[in-house]
Ligand binder design. Structure first.
Ligand code: KG4
Ligand code: ZN
Length: 339
């Protein structure tokens, strides 16, 4: 069995071919970073126009890379949401056209849940229950999974996503886009204890995140210390800010873990590429005696293999329940996370 997955929820045009056993035959990602870099963030109109130009080539490359023809594809899967509506519609329409023409089932996939499922592509033996932290440019959420596919949302950001906060501070200091990797690089020689950031406290027992306070505190420090991109204390400032974002993420994750007692913890999404976050996550998981998993960097940032992974899990689940996976041509894109 072969599955073709398509992902166009934000600014990456991606397609992947997976075999029914979860092996990845191809995983092609075309980033639009260069197009959006002059604006310091994703311009939705430019993103959807670029997807239209690229999607045909990317799907072609993913099939060629896998050594299979469209006729060999048994299932199609596509990101349905959340994301930029214009971008989502490009992938969704393209996938509907392919599925309709080839008379094969089409699955609409949730982007955030797909980020989590990416971890299972490389680690088949992750023990449930699972607590997953997904951190990207658009999302920062905590999910609890008692068993496969049972995604229970425990907390989400009330304002900015963690990656968005990093991107915005990098934009303000004119360091480049995307901000996360630039900050990681410039922060490396810095002292993370040099500038103090107090972490936001939620008034209730909520497991929600908030990054707007940290962002305001960062802007205040920049102003008071006249920090700019050539300031000698820039690495210290960036290291302190990056460390504060990491602390905010992990404090909440391990607070949740003491409540729901998981067997494993997962870290996923684009920001999971961050070295400080990866190291601290693994160290703290060891301290709590939890099995910890992070997808390899290529599967952390937006890609279509993760969309395929979730689709395969759903097909398997349907098969067990003797349910036929359908060709759903009425699938509609959704821009926000369903509540
Ligand atoms: O998952 P992703 O590719 O797209 C979304 O769904 O948002 O994540 C992109 C985000 C951006 O905010 C980017 O700055 C951040 O991931 N990112 C990083 C690193 N690499 C990418 N943040 C911190 N450190 C990194 N090494
Ligand atoms: Zn993403």
């Amino acid at each position: 069995m072969h599955l073709l997955a398509i992902e166009t929820s934000c600014d990456e045009t991606a397609a992947a071919v997976l075999r029914g056993d979860g092996s990845i035959l191809s995983n092609i990602v075309l980033s639009q970073d260069e197009i959006h870099a002059p604006y310091g963030g994703v311009v939705p109109e430019l993103a959807s126009r670029q997807h239209i130009k690229s999607i045909g080539f990317i799907v072609h490359d993913s099939l060629a890379g896998a050594g299979v023809a469209l006729d060999d594809i048994d299932h199609f899967a596509v990101t349905q949401g959340p994301g930029l509506i214009g971008s989502l519609l490009v992938g969704l329409s393209f996938a509907k056209g392919l599925a309709y023409y080839h008379k094969k089932p089409l699955l609409g996939i949730d982007h955030v849940q797909a980020h989590i499922e990416a971890a299972f592509l490389e680690h088949r033996d992750i023990a449930f229950p699972v607590l997953a932290l997904i951190v990207s440019g658009g999302h920062t959420s905590l999910y609890f999974l008692k068993k496969t596919l049972s995604f229970e949302l425990l907390g989400r950001t009330r304002d900015d996503a963690a990656g968005e906060a990093l991107d915005k501070i990098a934009k303000f200091l004119e360091l480049g886009y995307p901000g996360g990797p630039v900050i990681q690089k410039l922060a490396e020689p810095g002292d993370p204890g040099r500038f103090e950031f107090s972490l936001p406290r939620m008034s209730d027992r909520s497991l929600d995140f908030s990054f707007s306070g940290l962002k305001t505190a960062a802007l205040r420090i920049i102003r008071e210390n006249r920090i700019d991109k050539s300031h000698p204390r820039l690495p210290d400032f960036l290291a302190s800010f990056e460390a504060a974002v990491v602390r905010a993420l992990l404090d909440n994750l391990f607070r949740a873990s003491s409540r729901c007692d998981p067997a494993s913890v997962l870290l996923c999404g684009g920001v999971a590429r961050n070295k400080r976050l990866r190291m601290d996550f693994e160290r703290q998981a060891r301290r709590f005696g939890l099995a910890a998993y992070i997808p390899s960097p290529k599967l952390c940032t937006d890609n279509a293999a993760m969309v395929g992974a979730l689709a395969l899990a759903r097909i398997e689940h349907d098969k067990k329940g003797r349910k036929k996976t359908a060709l759903s041509l009425d699938l509609d894109a959704y821009p926000r996370m369903p509540v």
